[in-house]
Write a protein that binds this ligand. Structure first.
Ligand code: UGA
Length: 479
C-alpha cells in the first residue's frame, strides 16, 4: 500500500544525475522507476552494478533495488506509472557551444505519447533558459491539453565523487514552478530533506544537514531556476580561472598562491572553496556549461565576455604546465614520465574533459613515453588512450625509472605517498605538481626538484626548474 508521503517518480536517464537522483528519491521513501534506452545499462543496474564510482551509491542501490526502485527501458510504462517525471538526459554541446537539446525534445515527445493522467514534468538536466517553455510547446503540439501537465525546473548541484551526500545534504533545493499543483508535488518529494525528518533516521547518509539544520528550499519561476544552474556553474568556473590567473601573478612576483588563496578565502564574502589553483577545470559540466551560458547570452544579444576570458585562462593553464615540464627537463623527445592521475579531479573515475588526458596527449605529441597511475580512472582512460601509455599498478610503479613525476589529478591519497620511496623509484628526483598536493619545504627536505603552480620552484640547481618570466632588466643570476 502506498503511504501518503510517497510520490510515484520516473527518472529518465541513468547517467550521473539521473542515477543518483533515482537512488536518492528512493532513499527518501518514494517509489521510483529509472529509465534508460541502453538495455545493457538497465540489465547491469537491475543486477546491482552501480556503474559509476560514487560513495554510498552501491549501498543505497542494494537497499532500494527491487523494493521501491526499479529500472526499465520502457519510457511509456514509467510515465504511465508516475506522478512526477524527471528528465535527466544528456545535454551535450553542439559544434557552436550551445546545448544540444534534441534528447530533451525526444523525451518530451515520448512523454506526450504516453500520458494517461496529470503529470508534473521536471527538468533535472542542465538546460538553457526557455527550455521549460519549449517542453510546454512540444507537449501541446503533441496534442496534450495544458491542464493535464505542468513543467518545472529543479536543477541539481551535486558534484561527482560526493554526489549522494550532495544530493541528500544540499546547500539549497531550487524549485522553479509557476503553478501551485506542481509546487505542492515537488515540496512533497523534498519534504524529508526540507523538514529534516530524513536526518533523524538512524541510517541516514551522513552530511552537512541535520534535523535542526535541514535543507533550504528556494521557490522561484522555471526561468530563474534554469538560470540559477547555469550561472552557478559559470561563477564557479570563473572563480577557478581567477585564482589560476592570480597563481600566475604569484609566480612572477615570488608570492605563494596557497597563502594568497587562504587569505582571500578567509573573507566570508569570498569563501575558501573553489580557490585551488592548478591545471584548470575539466569534467562533463564546467567546460560545457560555460560555453552554453555564453551561447544563451549571445542568443539574446548580450556579450558575456568575462566567460570568454575564463575559458581562455583555463586553456592556457595547461600550456603553462607543459611549459614547466619543458623548462624542468629541457628536451622532451624520448623522456619517460611518470603520471599520477587521469581523472578530471580526485575521487572520481570520470575522464571526460580531463585536463590530465589533454596534458598526456600533448606530451606524447612531443615524444614522451608515459607510465600513469590513477586509483579509479584507469579503465576509462584505457578506452580513450588505449595502449599508447603504460598503466602502472600503483604510484611507485608509475614513478619507476621516470625522468620526472607529474601530478595531474588531486587524489587525496597522492598527498600521503612515501616520498623517500618515490625518490628511490625515480630516475631523477623531479616532481612537477599541477595540483599543489605537496608542500615545497617538505619536497626540499626530501631532496626533490619540485615545481608547482603559483609557488616558487624548489631545485638543487634552481635555474633548471625556474620558468618564471624575468622582470624587465633583470637577468636570471641577479635574482
Ligand atoms: C560541478 C559543480 O561543482 C556541481 O555543483 C554541479 O552540479 C556539477 O558540476 C554539474 O553541473 O553537474 P563536478 O563537475 O562534479 O561538479 O566537479 P567540481 O568538483 O566542480 O570540479 C570541476 C573541475 O574544477 C575539476 O576539474 C576540478 O579539479 C576543478 N577545480 C575545482 C579546480 O581546479 N579548483 C578548485 O578549486 C575546484
Amino acid at each position: 500500500m502506498m503511504e501518503d508521503s510517497q510520490v510515484r517518480i520516473a527518472v529518465i536517464g541513468s547517467g550521473y544525475v539521473g542515477l543518483v537522483a533515482a537512488v536518492c528519491f528512493a532513499e527518501l521513501g518514494h517509489r521510483v522507476v529509472c529509465v534508460d534506452n541502453v538495455e545493457a545499462k538497465v540489465q547491469a543496474l537491475r543486477a546491482g552494478d552501480s556503474l559509476i564510482h560514487e560513495h554510498f551509491l552501491p549501498e543505497l542501490l542494494a537497499k532500494h533495488r527491487d523494493v521501491n526502485l526499479s529500472f526499465t527501458t520502457s519510457l511509456a510504462d514509467a510515465v504511465r506509472e508516475s506522478q512526477a517525471i524527471f528528465i535527466a538526459v544528456g545535454t551535450p554541446p553542439t559544434g557552436q557551444g550551445d546545448a544540444d537539446l534534441s534528447y530533451v525534445e525526444a523525451v518530451a515527445c515520448e512523454i506526450a505519447r504516453s500520458m494517461n493522467e496529470y503529470k508534473v514534468i521536471v527538468e533535472k538536466s542542465t538546460v538553457p533558459v526557455y527550455t521549460s517553455d519549449w517542453i510546454i510547446r512540444v507537449m501541446m503540439r503533441n496534442g496534450i491539453e495544458r491542464k493535464d501537465f505542468d513543467v518545472a525546473s529543479n536543477p541539481e548541484f551535486l558534484r561527482e565523487g560526493t554526489a549522494v551526500s550532495d544530493f541528500l545534504h544540499p546547500d539549497r533545493i531550487v524549485i522553479g514552478a509557476d503553478n501551485e499543483r506542481a509546487i505542492e508535488l515537488l515540496r512533497k518529494i523534498y519534504a524529508p530533506l526540507a523538514s529534516g525528518t530524513y536526518y533523524k533516521s538512524a541510517d541516514a547518509i551522513p552530511g552537512r544537514c541535520s534535523a535542526e539544520n535541514p535543507a533550504s528550499l528556494l521557490l522561484t519561476t522555471p526561468k530563474s531556476a534554469e538560470l540559477i544552474k547555469h550561472a552557478s556553474n559559470a561563477f564557479l568556473a570563473t572563480k577557478i580561472s581567477f585564482i589560476n590567473a592570480v597563481a600566475n601573478l604569484c609566480e612572477a612576483v615570488d608570492a605563494d598562491i596557497e597563502d594568497v588563496a587562504m587569505g582571500m578565502g578567509m573573507d566570508t564574502r569570498i569563501g575558501r572553496q573553489f580557490l585551488r589553483a592548478g591545471i584548470g577545470y575539466g569534467g562533463s559540466c564546467f567546460p560545457k556549461d560555460v560555453a552554453a551560458f555564453r551561447a544563451v547570452a549571445n542568443q539574446v544579444g548580450l556579450d558575456f565576455n568575462i566567460l570568454e576570458e575564463v575559458e581562455e585562462i583555463n586553456k592556457l593553464q595547461k600550456n603553462r604546465f607543459l611549459q614547466k615540464v619543458r623548462a624542468a627537463l629541457w628536451t622532451l623527445r624520448g623522456k619517460r614520465l611518470g603520471v599520477l592521475g587521469l581523472a578530471f579531479k580526485g575521487d572520481t573515475d570520470d575522464i571526460r574533459e580531463s585536463p590530465a588526458i589533454d596534458v598526456i596527449r600533448a606530451l606524447q605529441s612531443e615524444g614522451c613515453t608515459i607510465s600513469a597511475y590513477d586509483p579509479a580512472a584507469m579503465q576509462k582512460a584505457k578506452a580513450d588512450l588505449g595502449d599508447s601509455i603504460q598503466y602502472a599498478g600503483d604510484a611507485y610503479e608509475a614513478a619507476q625509472g621516470a625522468d620526472a613525476l607529474l601530478v595531474l589529478t588531486d587524489w587525496p591519497q597522492f598527498a600521503t605517498l612515501d616520498l623517500a620511496r618515490l625518490k628511490t623509484a625515480l630516475r631523477y628526483p623531479i616532481v612537477i605538481d599541477g595540483r599543489n598536493l605537496f608542500l615545497p619545504a617538505t619536497m626540499q627536505e626530501h631532496g626533490f626538484a619540485y615545481v608547482s603552480m603559483g609557488r616558487a620552484s624548489i631545485s638543487p640547481i634552481r635555474e633548471l626548474a625556474d620558468d618564471r618570466p624575468l622582470p624587465v632588466g633583470q637577468t636570471r643570476n641577479s635574482r
